[in-house]
Design a protein around this ligand. Sequence first.
Ligand code: 7TS
Length: 410
Amino acid sequence: MPPTWDRIRDQFPILDQKVNGRPLVYLDNAATTHKPASVIAALDRFYARDNSNVHRGLHALSMRATDAYEGARSRVKTFINAAAPEEIIFTRGTTESINLVAASWGAANLRKGDVILLTEMEHHSNLVPWQLVAQRTGATLRYLPVTGDDGLLDLASLDRVLTPEVKLFAFTHVSNTLGTINPAAELCARARALGVTTVVDAAQSVGHMPLDVQAMGCDFLAFSGHKMASVTGIGVLYGRRALLDAMPPWQGGGGMISSVDFHESRWKPSPERFEAGTPNFGDAVALGASCDFLDGLGRDEIRRHDADLAMEARDRLSELPGIRILGPGGERGGLVSFAFSGVHAHDVVTFADEDGIALRGGHHCNQPLMRRLGLTSTVRASFYVYNERREIDALVDSMRRTIKFFGAGG
Ligand code: 7TS
């Protein structure tokens, strides 16, 4: 079935179920999205017909599997408008992609006195790897502040923090807690003007909106398949070719060498240099299928759809007593986070589950941001292509029930 908005829910088999006797309302898409039948079928077809190890054999199945794997790389290249397929490295996901840059580029380029610039809204995946490489190299971390509950980056402070000691600027495109869409092209241009290398965490953006790495002007970009209608265990690191060619391997093994001696080896260029061992070719094929699915729906249309739902949810929730809504009052990505005075996020989420609604409650791997905002946790509703307005009705009704039960909100 070609992807269409018409009867879109029918294309996601998992949605057709009841939870606690109520129709499932899945609003935990920032954690992971569901997979359409076309992606599941692509995976099934690959394993049923083409499975074989890639880049190794001269037999028919191995050649078919290699074509499928390299075809997926080309598909991802087009999806984000990279300049060449060699700029697409398959990883396990956003976390591994960022760790790759930190371990390889970081170790080769950072030393004592250098500064790594991050923002206060980073997911732990775009924070802890930099702490580790800072400890190893003697570089230090610095943060671009967030303005407050409206969750914008404090761009007025950028000149103060983006100084000549900064060697790398890593920031998220869309915040997984605030829903803020950061001005990635502007931030990359400001960094580039000072010769600063940029890493963009696109985990929450690439499946929700058009994304063009050349227009954005980033040096590296990381994302995960499972947050964009594809499967777990596959993700991407995009890197500009000149940078990748100058970087040392981060893991050694089969597939990444041009020759090996007892005491030293030579490396292949990117992408093989960074894909030691048998790569996850089956899931890469599924990622290619999810690119087809999302482009079939239209990335502008997806952005509009997800943002409209998130903004409507924000506006309707803001009418509830005792609620604190985080993130921008204007345009935002497809999610909304909130907190009730006097009710723990875990209680809210447990109550919602009784109503068949899947929400997330906690710190969302944003502990420093939570501290900055004076919170320990929030409740988060996050939307994707199959969500509908009536699910916001269900969410608001459930939140009303929670407030009534806990006597919260005054
Ligand atoms: N960066 C951002 C902005 C994220 O939201 C996440 C996952 C990651 C990185 C890590 O992605 P992974 O696929 O490597 O794990 N975010 C969430 C979330 O908000 N709830 O569960 C996972």
